[in-house]
Design a protein around this ligand. Structure first.
Ligand code: SAH
Length: 546
């Protein structure tokens, strides 16, 4: 066995049942730094969006040819990533808990055999959380003193030479409803299950439930035992369908209960009638795509989520460090031509030539320090210099690096900063502006002797990961807050795959761009987020003529 330190480390992470809020803190922190994420079909887009944008995303719920990757291949894949990527963080992300009918144990055994270090990050299992979201406690004093989690679909028999992971089972649940004889695959001890006084919770059991219910009744379980199917639990599409043991099969057909769903049986189910706490919100069941600039906190996402929507945030631009090979910009009074950029590598040594460093964005601060540290320097190169910031947020960011600002204008604008520096610093002070490539010339005009280093570039996002494309394809609508968002979206996403074509637009300009690109549009009355959110709610609660 080789020394595992030479390999990457694999984390078997439970993603929880769907609601991204149910991912553990530990799981989230690993996903944020993961180099590779190997994920299953059941993992929700909300959880996938928490993964590092730089991570290689590997969908083993489905191969490019739409066949699922076999379990044995997944095992090999995990070993391969760990072996080929020394020091890497490999996240194996599975629905619910990795060790509850998730085949996590098999993957762990394979990692042990290969000498790969691993860690298990348990997840919130659907077996307990999904009933909880339907207001059904799995145990309750006086009603159920135990609960039993059972698979309603076992691994297919070896003679069929097929290996079935948790997600393919779900697919086959749907497919097999009509045809297969489920009893072939099930070796449950119905005699004992029927005697159990506790709550029975079946995962992966919808296709076989008619058979399971009949066998339980045959073995003596009360046909009137209350039962609930909970479909897509904890997601915006959660649905609870109540039945009894004797009406289970017909209810599935009548109500078209589809996977993923769990079946829960026992007296506790009755409590769901009183305790169902999850409200039907105005946007429940709607999947909306929100375009936004990377890293920007998105108020609209929080508001739409609070109204019940599932929001897929899609950044349209990304920032990239450009130091130390950045453009040093000459003072405009010296440069005669309009093309006054000099594509010279910037030397951090040159910082000694400046008295004042002015930052105009948090991105500028982050990119500057990242590059400074990467080049082997630290904050001591700033000793004795005065530091200026355009506003409070940038000032706060500087404080994170241990730097207190000397100058912050009251109005938090570039113009305010220029005027302030004009006033407080002497004519001979040498000012360095640290800005992005899209910064306007306001400061350079007000401070003609200043030099600008472009420390980061803002670029359109080059492409979307597969999971996001798929999430967008099935979304109900896209929310556009600007014409540039429409343009960027049209550039990176193939519209033909977006089935709904409906867009919610802020203002007439955005609407015009969306129309130009073939979207149907519903436009806010005013160009404010409030008005846009109001319009979306009106549309879904009052119909298209709202
Ligand atoms: N490891 C998972 C279970 C994998 S088996 C866990 O701990 O939750 C897959 C089965 O889990 C599905 O067939 C379904 O029965 C159940 N399931 C998973 N997520 C679900 C959800 N959001 N709503 C309802 N059932 C779910």
């Amino acid at each position: 066995m080789e020394n595992s330190n030479h390999f990457g480390k694999v984390y078997l992470i439970g993603a929880g049942p769907g609601d991204p809020g149910l991912l553990t803190v530990r799981g989230k922190s690993i996903l944020e730094k993961a180099d590779v994420v190997v994920y299953d079909r059941l993992v929700s887009p909300g959880v996938l969006s928490l993964c590092s944008p730089k991570a290689k995303m590997v969908d083993v719920g489905k191969m490019p040819t739409h066949h699922k990757v076999k379990q044995s291949e997944i095992n090999k894949l995990l070993v391969k990533f760990a072996v080929e990527m020394p020091g890497a963080t490999v996240a194996r992300l599975k629905g619910g808990d990795p060790f509850v009918f998730g085949r996590g144990g098999e993957e762990a055994l394979e990692l042990v055999a290969a000498g790969v270090e691993f860690e298990v990050v348990p997840g919130v299992t659907s077996a307990i959380a999904v009933p909880a979201y339907a207001g059904i406690p799995v145990s309750h004093r006086g009603i159920a003193t135990s609960f039993h989690i059972i698979t309603g679909h076992e691994k297919e028999v070896d003679s069929r030479k097929s290996e079935v992971g948790s997600d393919s089972v779900i697919l086959s649940e749907v497919r097999s409803t009509k045809s297969k004889d489920p009893s072939q695959n099930l070796s449950l001890d119905f005699e004992n299950l029927a005697k159990c006084q506790g709550t029975l919770i079946f995962l992966m059991g919808i296709a076989n439930m008619d058979f399971i219910a009949r066998r339980l009744i045959e073995c003596g379980k009360d046909p009137k035992t209350p039962l609930a199917f909970i479909e897509k639990g904890t997601t915006p599409n959660q649905r609870t369908v109540m039945a009894t043991l004797e009406t289970a099969g017909e209810t599935i057909v009548r109500e078209n209960v589809t996977a993923p769903a769990i079946t829960i049986m026992g007296g506790v189910v009755e409590l769901g009638k009183t305790l169902a706490w999850k409200k039907n919100l105005p946007l429940s069941g709607k999947r909306l795509v929100v375009t936004r600039a990377a890293k920007q906190s998105s108020g609209i996402t929080a508001r739409l989520t609070a109204l019940g929507a599932e929001v897929i945030e899609t950044p349209m631009i990304e920032t990239r460090n450009v130091l130390p090979y950045c453009h040093a910009e000459l003072p405009s009074c010296i440069a005669n031509s309009s093309e006054n950029k000099v594509a010279e590598p910037v030397e951090f040594e040159d910082l000694k030539n400046f008295d004042i460093l002015a930052f105009t964005s948090t991105n500028g601060v982050e990119c500057f320090f990242k590059q400074l540290f990467a080049a082997g320097y630290d904050v001591r190169v700033l000793a004795g210099k005065k530091i200026a910031s355009v506003g409070k947020i940038t000032e706060k960011k500087l404080l994170e690096y241990g730097i207190r600002c000397d100058y912050v204008p009251e109005d938090h604008t570039g113009e305010g900063l220029g005027l302030l520096l004009q006033k407080v610093v002497g004519d001979e002070s040498r000012i360095l502006l640290l800005q992005g490539n899209l910064a306007d010339d306001t400061l350079l005009k007000l401070l003609p002797k200043a030099i600008r280093w472009t420390v980061y570039e803002t670029l359109p996002v080059a492409e979307l990961p597969d999971w996001k494309r798929e999430a967008i394809a099935s979304a109900d609508a896209i929310v556009f807050a600007s014409s540039s968002a429409v343009e960027n979206f049209a550039q990176i996403s193939s519209l033909s795959s977006f089935v709904s074509r409906l867009s919610f637009c802020i203002g007439r300009m955005t609407e015009a761009s969306a129309k130009k690109h073939g979207f149907e549009t519903v436009t806010s009355d005013e160009t404010t987020m409030d008005s846009l959110v109001k319009k979306i709610v009106e549309y879904y609660t009052m119909g298209e003529n709202a």
